[in-house]
Ligand binder design. Sequence first.
Ligand SMILES: Cc1ncc(C[n+]2csc(CCOP(=O)(O)OP(=O)(O)O)c2C)c(N)n1
Ligand SMILES: [Mg+2]
Length: 373
Amino acid sequence: MALPRIVSRSNNPLKPVSSFLSYTLPLHRSISTNDSPLTIETSLPFIAHNCDPPSRAVTTTSSELMSFFRDMTLMRRMELAADSLYKARLIRGFCHLYDGQEAVAVGMEAAITRKDAIITAYRDHCTFLSRGGTMHEVYSELMGRCDGCSKGKGGSMHFYRKENGFYGGHGIVGAQVPLGCGIALAQKYCKDENVTFAMYGDGAANQGQLFEALNMAALWDLPAILVCENNHYGMGTAAWKAAKSPAYYKRGDYVPGLKLDGMDALAVKQVCKFAKDHALKNGPIILEMDTYRYHGHSMSDPGSTYRTRDEISGVRLERDPIERIRKLLVSHDIATEKELKDMEKEIRKEVEEAIAKAKAYGTDRKEVRVTLP
Ligand SMILES: Cc1ncc(C[n+]2csc(CCOP(=O)(O)OP(=O)(O)O)c2C)c(N)n1
Ligand SMILES: [Mg+2]
């Protein structure tokens, strides 16, 4: 289907959307402006199990598309810079990067409120940012500084922001899913009409605890949305080698499921909205987001021994979530290539400033020592 053209460029979408964002401020949410709505079809059809899928026609605005572009570019840059800091030994310990998967974080955030909860595994930097965390807190935490979101004591895998509905950051594969169903139980008990997104990988999808938690959630009609981020590998093992049925959206059997292109932020938004409505009325649902991680599993994995370089570059070329939005922005005359390039330069600078601040900040503070028994 041909993409619809935007009628006017009122509101100069380049300016107000993101210009207030700096490393001291959290990622902005997609602000609602009066710019006219656009309807854009998702990259691929949704595949449904035990339910009717939502429409492929997604309503958006020029400012939302701009914010998707900016937020994903910022996340990408932040992760790439974390890679360099790790190699410079300024970040130690475990570190799992999210570049490639950014559309999941921004699309989901665009569909929900911060009263809804998100809980995830160890690949958590970008989700933290989308939930209102700052880059200063990210880099401080990664470098073990007291300004980090867990006071520098959690590190890469343990980001948290409870006041904005972000419940971490968990290192034990799959363990966040029963915890997420517990949050959904609390939401139902309190009758507060919010939902929980419990995110896990294709590797975690084979764990028993996931099915035990899903059974309870289904018995009690809990507002739990299980999000399988299928990036096709669990460490160095391809999904097809680890799962007899890699159709993760169907693995809930009696629980409905939807499969979507997790590299299309608009598709993610559409399905998350649908899932929230569904979960509040009927209980759990599984969303399988087909995505890809560009980096290796963690910093000790170059990511190139169990997959070919052609596979990685093919995904970058054909499915990259940022490039998809860039094309939409340009083809709808919302922004020019040059304006987007300028924005990328500005983001690069913001990231550098955030790193410099995190490096300097907190070094003059009194060290807090914890004595273990
Ligand atoms: C219970 C448990 N078993 C094993 C590990 C080691 N481990 C860490 S990540 C991982 C792979 C998980 O892959 P997946 O769920 O697909 O998530 P992804 O890393 O792809 O985001 C494994 C086996 C662990 N942390 N916890
Ligand atoms: Mg995986």
